[in-house]
Design a protein around this ligand. Structure first.
Ligand code: IMP
Ligand code: MG
Length: 174
């Protein structure tokens, strides 16, 4: 079976939108600082670009969670593979994700991080597939809403491949 990637969002579109998100976040957090929590590995490209566009003081931390499930669907059971280095107490936290699909991963992580006592906690995702949502997780900043297709690039993988594509594409099999 041959595999190819059809372009869905160009590098220029993605970069332009990330700039806009940076402006929104800088405005919403004026006079404060933000603590960005990157969900590895998918959100790493997005978070680096986003952080560069935020003009209020920024700190960053990283965590890695794996959901038990197949390559293309999450199960809702989340295992913390690498926890944050620093406490969240009294910080204004933004969880940075690559994509919200069913919403199970973020529903779980959001609650877990909320219990650590941040002053506030919001969610920022590059991509959102609202059709697939099975939880009522609230997403505060969304780069793009996309249809129910499996996407790769800009950090997103298919079986660990394609993360380095500078654009967002759909994997197609023929
Ligand atoms: P959720 O728990 O169903 O919202 O799944 C979220 C996680 O599943 C994301 O952080 C991704 O790692 C992965 N995921 C969901 N949809 C896609 C996709 O279209 N491409 C690549 N990874 C995806
Ligand atoms: Mg992910």
């Amino acid at each position: 079976m041959a595999e190819s990637v059809r372009r869905l969002l160009s590098e220029e579109e993605v970069d332009k939108r990330i700039k806009e998100l940076g402006v929104m976040i800088s405005r919403d957090y004026a006079g404060k600082s933000v603590h960005l929590v990157c969900i590895l590995k998918g959100a790493v490209f997005f978070m680096c670009e986003l952080a560069k566009r935020i003009t209020v003081p920024v700190t960053m931390d990283f965590m890695s969670a794996s959901s038990y499930g197949s390559a293309t669907k999450s199960s809702g059971v989340v295992k913390i593979v690498k926890d944050l280095d620093e406490p969240l107490k009294d910080r204004d936290v933004i969880i940075v994700e690559d994509i919200v699909d069913s919403g199970r991963t973020l529903a779980y992580l959001g609650k877990m991080l909320y219990d650590r006592g941040p002053s506030s906690i919001r969610i920022c995702t590059l991509l959102d597939k609202p059709e697939r949502r099975v939880t009522d997780v609230k997403v505060d900043y969304v780069g793009f809403e996309i249809p129910d297709e499996f996407v790769v690039g800009y950090g997103l993988d298919y079986d660990q491949r394609y993360r380095n594509l500078p654009f967002i594409g759909v994997v197609e099999f023929s």
